[in-house]
Design a protein around this ligand. Structure first.
Ligand SMILES: Nc1nc2c(ncn2[C@@H]2O[C@H](COP(=O)(O)OP(=O)(O)OP(=O)(O)O)[C@@H](O)[C@H]2O)c(=O)[nH]1
Ligand SMILES: [Mg+2]
Length: 194
């Protein structure tokens, strides 16, 4: 015996469809740029000042409401250590969005963005919504890359530019929500992405 009115689904079709939108985001960038902290802040509202390098890959999950849809967000946090290239290459598949993170106090991490963008493009960034994230804006005195220079780099490559602090949380939720809004339109409704 089915415990629902005949002719009616137990929940609305819209409810079923929206509950099945999965979005996969990857984070790329030089070691210690703050990828893990950004993801931790977004998923758990936590920050740790102690640096624990990601070994290969970390993973985060969050259900985030964007435009009335509860998105199941998978965040793959890829190590910035160059020796993990093979691990990273395995993880690009089925990605809708890519955040390229650099540390505003570390000029090399900004100069390395070209390397990370190239790696992403080689692995299908054409189909991912890719953005640039300037992190650690809470550190005021040691800025090594101006907002103007970084934003220009992003615009030249047709990428959207964000500034964040994983420590204070400034800009973090906004960045992820805007990325998700675009990325979720890349996922056809009802599609399950592993
Ligand atoms: N002040 C400040 N420190 C930050 C911020 N984000 C990260 N950090 C610090 O920077 C260091 C590196 O942060 P992680 O998030 O581990 O860096 P990562 O990019 O994941 O590094 P890998 O895993 O090695 O690729 C840690 O000591 C963090 O506490 C930030 O927004 N502000
Ligand atoms: Mg990390």
């Amino acid at each position: 015996m089915m415990d629902r009115e005949s002719g009616h689904l137990p929940i609305s079709v819209e409810g079923v469809v929206s509950s099945l939108i999965w979005v996969k985001i990857i984070a790329l960038g030089t070691a210690a740029a703050g990828k893990t902290c950004l993801i931790k802040h977004f998923c758990e509202d936590k920050f740790s000042a102690a640096y624990q390098p990601t070994v290969g890959v970390d993973y985060g999950f969050k259900i985030q409401k964007v435009k009335d849809l509860d998105l199941r967000v998978h965040l793959w946090d890829l190590s910035g250590q160059l020796e993990y290239a093979e691990v990273r290459n395995e993880l690009y598949g089925g990605t809708q969005a890519c955040i390229l993170v650099f540390d505003i106090t570390n000029r090399t991490s900004f100069e390395n963005l070209d390397f990370w963008l190239k790696e992403a493009v080689r692995n299908g960034a054409g189909t991912m919504h890719t953005v640039v994230v300037a992190n650690k804006i809470d550190i005021k005195g040691k800025r090594a890359v101006s907002a103007e220079e970084a934003a220009k780099w992003a615009v030249t490559r047709k990428l959207k530019y964000y500034e964040t602090s994983a420590m204070s949380g400034e800009g973090v939720l906004r960045m992820f929500c805007e990325v998700l809004e675009v990325a979720s339109t890349n996922v056809s409704k009802g599609q399950m992405v592993g």
